[in-house]
Design a protein around this ligand. Sequence first.
Ligand code: PGA
Length: 248
Amino acid sequence: MSKIIAANFKMNQTPSETIKYASEFLNKKQNFKSKVIFCPPFTSIYCMAEKLKGSTAKIGGQNCHFKNSGAFTGEISPKMLKNSGADYVILGHSERKTYFDESNELIGEKIKAALANNLHIIFCVGENENERMQNIQNSVIINQIKNTLKNIEKNELKNIIIAYEPIWAIGTGKAISPEQAEEMCKMIKDFINKNYNHGQIKVLYGGSVKSGNAKDLFKMPNIDGALVGGASLDVEEFMKIINAAENI
Ligand code: PGA
């Protein structure tokens, strides 16, 4: 089963740095068994999409507005993302919730709008450290899914990938154990299957994924890939993670 490996560059790289990164990356490999998706900052999307033409790698945004156009100073619409060469968009990332106050309802509206523009969604869910300590992570995640996807039709789920990202593991170097990640990804799949009658949802793990832990995570049957932050900014390191997925 081929894996999905998505890179979340966050607020890193200027367009010229992205072009350099993409050249180095393509010098190593152009075609992948896995689905490789780069999510650079908005300003790098168009140039990276142009650069990656001819490769099987895809491009995504890290956020978008829920309208296609209008008086929303500083915002980027899903239509603009699509027209810039993106096929994916990350929505619901915990950094958007923490620093920009995004609610589950708002994320739900963004998902609807992005789907209407033929974008695939990487929808992030995850518990914080306190919730994990109280052992309420399952109900926290189920509530996030229910509240965010309440207006999503069953047939729209085929274009949604869920990324399970425990907040305490993001950017901290404290990755969850592969067994814990497997348990959570399976729980999410079982919930979607039971409540939305959709058995094909893909669930990625994200949070301190590196070349050193990638193989053990990818061996797990219910982990369909990874959303990689910090480690995706280094071409060598990211290629090792992709190779770990392709050699399973
Ligand atoms: P990290 O970030 O790999 O740097 O922990 C993952 C993410 O935030 O998507």
